[in-house]
Design a binder for this molecule. Sequence first.
Ligand code: ADP
Length: 381
Amino acid sequence: MTRAPGLTLGVVGGGQLGRMLGEAAAPLGVEVVVSDPTPDAPAAPVVRDQVVGGFDDEATLRELGERADYLTFEIELADPDVLERVGRETETPVHPRPETLRTIQDKLVQKRRLRDAGVPVPAFRGVDSAGELREALDELGYPAMLKARQGGYDGRGNVPVHGPDDVEDAFAALDGPAMVEEFVDFERELAVMGCVGVDGRDTFPVTETIHEEEILREMVAPARAPAKVRERARGVAGDVLDVMTGRGVYGIELFETRDGQILLNEIAPRPHNSGHWTIEGCHTSQFEQHVRAVCGMPLGTTAQRAPTATANILGDVDGRQEASLAGLDAALRTDALAVHWYGKREVYRLRKMGHLTLSTDRERDALLGSVREVRDALTFE
Ligand code: ADP
């Protein structure tokens, strides 16, 4: 039976995702404690407490486990072995399960697992040398995307291979175990936030994600794809959830091909940037849903309130400098627009510093145009 005040949720990672988890947990009577190596991490001001320590530091995670009723993570750099051991020894359930994290951390293992479960994925091969890459591309053809198996994010760790002349340099750029994948000539990129709770599983309305230089810039929901395609995307996301073990929210990134088929790109075993729009756009946000799921509470509805567009606020400066964002008045004057500032002290080029969400009953093209315009008027000085 759920009570308020109730549980304490321990979160490995105290970045913006930890911060938004803290914001969503408080009204449910759930206290959040995060762990993060950077003192005064973005989540710190909005959660009960921060334990300062590395994502794979056993003593840090043990303290978190001892203080919490449930453990989760907002960053894939958490160490699944340490999480598993700490969860067992402190008798604190970890969700999603560390084994899921282990599968997802390695892009090759992840893709194999999903392909074997019947989830549609782009053609891919594991490659450990430039020679193997060349052989793989003789079969898959050019262009292709070479990906580091571990540690890549926001496009870092991905290298496009345009033709045979690129093979040596592309492999040298990663210099480690990699996978290569056919280049998908997509119509759109989509994402579905899926959730697994004690009382079942569900998917949020499909998000259209707009990337530039492999970095997520804007989102539109529902995606401007035909209803049939959106249904297909939610279906694939449901199949993905069947492969995951443990409760929580999963960010499922997809490609919509030119002929309306869905291919899985990758999964994040946590709330994801592509689901930030749900804070204003849905009755239950992805963050609230994650708290509910992990803590064993009933899931909330995934129904959408209104058409929604979100724009990321990314660093636009050269070098590193103290973060000071100017031009917020226009944003604050815009009806139905919400500002989310992540509280990061330092800004550098393309760092995710915040986002803006416009959620109201208007055409999606217009929503996207307006939120972009407001975002583009912001600048770091
Ligand atoms: P990360 O883990 O860094 O987010 P992803 O593998 O999700 O990296 O790739 C980031 C972006 O790169 C994708 O959103 C997409 O725009 C592009 N991309 C990745 N894989 C492919 C592919 N096989 N074909 C075409 N574009 C791709």
